[in-house]
Design a protein around this ligand. Structure first.
Ligand SMILES: [Zn+2]
Length: 136
């Protein structure tokens, strides 16, 4: 029985170690089980996310509300205890900042997240999943 002797590759030289359970967003793929509720809103006005990649996709397809420029993610706030994920973005043109708050309490996200983490998965939000509101 051997233990993987693989050394950790040198860490990137940023030190925002605030969150323990949210790996870097790019390292996670997309959820193959996304459904039609993706990007619907909840009653509370949160955007329904079903994986981490989609949150960045949403930002990329949303123009700056001030000038129509391109938004760039500058921070990811871990609000998993509230069943939320918040991205802070800034317009690359006019520096306007926009926060996007995504709902991750839904079963599609939580099941995908559990699959990503395996034995490490701990459900951080134990309230009921928020309900999507039909956009029609
Ligand atoms: Zn702008």
């Amino acid at each position: 029985m051997s233990i993987f002797g693989k050394k950790k590759s040198s860490p990137p030289d940023d030190d925002h170690s605030a969150s323990s359970l949210v790996p870097s967003d790019q390292s996670l793929g997309r959820n193959p089980n996304r459904n039609e509720h993706l990007f619907w809103y909840t009653e509370e006005g949160y955007i329904i996310a079903q994986d981490n990649t989609c949150q960045h996709e949403y930002v990329q397809t949303t123009p700056c509300p001030s000038c129509g420029g391109k938004l760039r993610v500058i921070a990811h706030l871990n609000r998993a205890g509230q069943g939320l994920s918040e991205l802070v973005t800034v317009c690359q043109n006019c520096r306007y900042t926009v926060n996007f708050i995504f709902d991750i309490s839904n079963e599609v996200y939580q099941q995908w997240w559990a699959d990503q983490l395996g034995a490490l998965y701990i459900r951080q939000y134990d309230g009921p999943p928020r309900e999507p509101v039909n956009p029609d």
